[in-house]
Design a binder for this molecule. Structure first.
Ligand code: ARG
Length: 564
């Protein structure tokens, strides 16, 4: 909360207490509104929301509260029609702009001091192409990581690679039958995908293949070096390809310990579950029964003794706790895996781990592409690389068409193109299903990444062209300016809320609102050439807007663009 809000909330809360009513400051903070019309003040308290607790009419409450703010640093606090309207006066805005332009948040950065947050995101299944389905996890996870980092948490970004499981038995059998290392080297993941598809087709007519694949995976689990060598090769080929996508997106990981790594710990998990009396035999398989909790059982060992996704996830959680002692461990996946995680968390709770409550599943909705279908070599899945490359290309064309004066159009096209895809993924609540529309995503005017990049670059350009400037202590800000300042002031609260709700969309929305208000200010108020305190103040305000927008871009995982 800003000081001014804290001040209001404390005063009102104390007033309520003096009448025997209970109104905690946080409750009051939720009631405060920013009036759309600034003639109604900079902040308003709707007193009808207090009437039930204080047993007075809204008008009476507003009237009795007003005098309490007489010498509290406000220009005035005016009771009107059941509202108490606060007018901050110029001095507060002047000091706000000074502070915002400095771009320092030492208090905020202490929020997570000494706490570690593990973030499991992206986590593709190797030997498969990186497709649109992974975009959400990669981009949302990365942004949540940035958000926690900005609050001073230590973050551990974990790529829980899907690099173990029965599918590798199939792949190895198929590889040995129909392929070789040369072919894989030449065609990369495409060869692996084709092999897998071919195997699944063949398996339908010949069940002996299924048994063969199962035996091969069993061999892998037993440590068959020949098979493991092939598997390592598949992994290397896959990672080389994913690396390109991660570089484009600017996403980095601290750990790549995925399912294969965790597999090695599953013996311990099985032993532990047995000791704790949680395992039950079921048709030859080993399960944890969750019927009491209205959930299907957790499969730990299949009837052939091979480990499962769940078993490896239990091992993963235990490893993360022992290695990092996390405060929270966050899993970002599509909402299709919600049940998997509900079961996992319940299993860990039943194992007696108090920290099971610190595991958080952050689901997101599916993403589709409207209009134009992206042709791809592997049927109708949209590959992330193709999508990003196309966005970059389209941005480059827009820059060419605008005859943009930037020195390095390629670099800007990359930042804006990739940013457009990232922003599109993050700008709506994460749980909503998203539709990717080229026109909306790449529009320089709409609620889009390019619009944010464009506004950021506009502010940067104003500052580049500015000369020396003096002070502005006596300046009286107009309503375009105060509206922008109030919005910029929302940055710290928005960051905290985005972290609490795991919602990068709050940051995206703040960025859009700042852009709208900055552009309004830019059009209505002359900056360069205004002279004196006016120019100095407007430049400082531009610096403040640029600082907040720059932080938003970074939190969302987008590059800053100093020019466009
Ligand atoms: N590899 C999985 C997939 O692509 C996602 C893994 C999520 N993380 C986890 N610890 N289970 O669907």
């Amino acid at each position: 909360m800003t000081d001014i809000k804290t001040n209001i909330c404390m005063t009102v809360s104390e007033y309520a207490a003096s009448l025997g009513g209970e109104l905690p400051p946080e409750k009051i903070a939720e009631l405060l509104e920013t009036p759309a019309d600034r003639k109604r003040g900079d902040l308003a308290l709707p007193c009808f929301r207090l009437a039930a607790v204080l047993r007075q009419s809204p008008n009476a409450i507003a009237a009795s509260l007003a005098p309490l703010f007489e010498n509290a640093g406000f220009e005035k606090a005016e009771p009107v029609g059941g509202y108490l309207n606060f007018f901050f006066g110029g001095a507060k805005y002047i000091s706000d702009v000074e502070r915002l332009a400095k771009d320092e948040y030492p208090e905020l950065e202490k929020t997570g001091e000494g706490k570690t947050v593990c973030l499991d995101f992206s986590s593709p299944n190797i030997a498969k192409r990186f497709h649109l389905g992974h975009l959400g996890s990669t981009v949302i996870g990365n942004s949540i990581r940035n958000i926690y980092k900005a609050l001073g948490y230590k973050t551990v970004a974990i790529n829980h690679l899907g690099d173990w499981g029965t599918q590798f038995g199939k792949l190895i059998v198929a590889y040995k039958k129909w392929s070789d290392s040369e072919k894989v080297k030449e065609r990369g993941i495409d060869e692996l995908v084709d092999l897998y598809v071919r195997f699944c087709d063949a398996e339908r007519d010949d069940v002996s293949l299924t048994a063969e694949a199962r035996a091969a995976f069993n061999e892998m689990e037993k440590g068959n070096e020949e098979y493991l060598k092939i598997w390592r090769y598949f992994k290397e080929i896959s990672l080389a390809e994913y690396d390109k996508t991660y570089k484009l997106l600017g996403v980095e990981f601290d750990s790549w310990n995925g399912e294969a790594f965790c597999y090695r710990r599953t013996d311990g998990v099985v032993k532990e579950l047995k000791e704790k009396g949680l395992l039950k035999k079921d048709d030859g398989a080993e399960i944890i029964d969750l019927s009491e909790y209205n959930m299907p059982p957790v499969l730990i060992l299949k009837s052939d003794g091979s480990t499962t996704y769940h078993a490896r996830d239990i091992a993963a959680a235990e490893w993360r706790m022992s290695e990092f002692g996390f405060y929270k461990c966050v899993y970002v996946t599509s909402n299709g895996q919600s049940l998997h995680f509900a079961q996992l968390f319940k299993a860990l709770e039943l194992m007696g781990y108090g920290w099971a409550k610190d595991l958080v599943h952050v689901p997101y909705g599916t993403m589709s592409i409207n209009g134009e279908k992206l042709a791809s070599r592997t049927g109708n899945v949209v590959l992330l690389d193709d999508l990003l490359e196309k966005a970059i290309e389209k941005c480059r064309a827009i820059l060419d068409e605008k005859d943009s004066g930037v020195a390095d159009r390629d670099a800007v096209a990359k930042a804006v193109g990739v940013g457009a895809v990232v922003f599109n993924t993050l700008s709506n609540g994460r749980i909503k299903d998203k539709d990717f529309n080229w026109d909306t995503a790449l529009s320089f005017e709409g609620n889009s990444g390019p619009y944010v990049h464009y506004t950021y670059a506009r502010a940067a350009s104003v500052l580049r062209r500015a000369g020396e400037r003096g002070g502005y202590a006596g300046y009286a800000p107009n309503s375009d300016e105060t509206a922008l300042i109030s919005k910029l002031n929302e940055f710290p609260e928005t960051l905290l809320k985005a972290a609490a709700d795991y919602e990068p969309s709050y940051i995206a929305r703040l960025a859009l609102n700042v852009c709208t208000l900055y552009n309004q200010f830019y059009h209505n108020c002359r900056i360069l050439g205004a002279g004196g305190e006016t120019e100095a103040f407007r430049l400082a305000l531009t610096e403040a807007a640029r600082a907040v927008l720059g932080r938003c871009l970074e939190l969302l995982g987008m590059e800053r663009t100093e020019e466009i």
